[in-house]
Design a protein around this ligand. Structure first.
Ligand SMILES: C[S@@+](CC[C@H](N)C(=O)[O-])C[C@H]1O[C@@H](n2cnc3c(N)ncnc32)[C@H](O)[C@@H]1O
Length: 313
């Protein structure tokens, strides 16, 4: 938490908080506290309301603890938002429901910019990539033993890397004579094995994204977290999700569509909306950041925000 700590610029800050708050005295969750930009704005809009923040990252938790000391309406926990049900029950009891949940997915700028965290293919650091470095295997530990086929699948499914097989082969060949321990070592192996560099994109982007998503269990956490969030909402309560790549957004979009319109069924089946017992609606369309936000913060360019509201129990 020093002056030199890289900053995070909150994405779609006003848009997301405007959609989230429906009751200034309600109970809210920030599933992805980061540096607390969204949390601070939420608190500024609450009166008697309370906010529970989550993050996996120990540095984010330090920032959360500082905010907790400043504002007694706020409490932070170091856990995945996938486990929110347990924390909601602790705070509000068995039948406790919440007024709003925000998820601003993925990694924060400080995680990417601090080479020591091992997420960056631009700056050399230990190949770690864990949001919570005290849980699970680091990327280096995993790469030391993963089977070539599984590695290729991870880069293909989570990184949408077309050359995943070639890259996996190159990684496994390299590790047979030298351990892969740093981010630039991995970035170079991937770049050398990648036959078609995309314009304006580092050739290691997709492989790093795939490995990072796998190491942090990001898409599984998202699926579980969305389900838990929908179950936790009061009538009138809202879930606001900001995603940053197509894999995340596809999961969020499908989830919200199924809850608000019912599952995709063959058209000829004699099922009416009333039979589907729809309990949610989507609010507005998927929203992207304004041009001026993208100009000011290039990392916001791929953001998409979606909002779901519970309309009945
Ligand atoms: C994009 S940043 C959020 C930034 C934050 N909204 C702000 O304004 O500072 C995402 C944060 O969510 C955390 N995170 C990602 N997945 C998580 C999960 N499943 N559970 C809890 N925290 C998570 C990351 O560690 C990171 O700090």
């Amino acid at each position: 938490m020093t002056e030199a700590t890289p900053k995070h610029i909150s994405v779609m800050l006003n848009e997301s908080v405007d959609e989230l708050i429906t009751n200034p005295d309600g109970f809210y969750l920030d599933g992805t506290f980061g540096r607390g930009g969204h949390s601070r704005l939420i608190l500024s809009r609450l009166q008697q309301g309370k906010l529970l923040g989550f993050d996996k990252d120990p540095v984010a938790i330090e920032y959360g603890e500082a905010l907790q000391r400043e504002d007694e309406r706020f409490h932070i926990v170091q856990d995945s938002f996938a486990n929110m049900t347990e924390h909601i029950t602790n705070a509000l009891g068995e039948s406790g429901r919440v007024d709003g949940i925000l998820m601003d997915l993925g990694v924060s700028s400080p995680q990417l910019d601090d080479a020591e965290r091992g997420f960056s293919f631009m700056n050399d650091g230990p190949l770690d990539m864990r949001m919570n470095p005290s849980k699970g295997e680091s990327a280096a530990q995993w790469l030391a033993h993963v089977k070539e086929q599984e590695l290729a699948d991870v880069m293909y499914q989570y990184g949408e890397e077309r050359f995943s097989r070639r890259i996996a082969r190159a990684i496994c060949e390299y590790r047979s004579h030298t351990p892969i321990l740093t981010t630039l070592q991995l970035a170079k192996i991937v770049a050398d094995a990648n036959p078609a560099w995309e314009k304006g994109k580092n050739p290691a982007t997709r492989a790093f994204q795939g490995i990072r998503i796998f190491i942090n269990n990001e898409l599984k956490d998202l699926e579980i977290g969305l389900e838990a969030a929908a179950n936790a909402l009061k009538v009138g309560g809202r879930l606001v999700v900001i995603s940053f790549h197509s894999l995340e957004d596809r999961i969020v979009k499908r989830f919200m569509k199924t809850l608000s319109k019912g599952p995709d069924l063959p058209r000829h089946l004699p099922i009416q909306n009333a039979h589907l017992d729809i309990k949610f609606k989507t609010v507005g369309k998927a929203l992207k950041p304004s041009k001026s936000e993208v100009n000011d913060n290039v990392r916001s360019r791929s953001a998409v925000m979606r909002v779901l509201e519970r309309i009945r129990d």
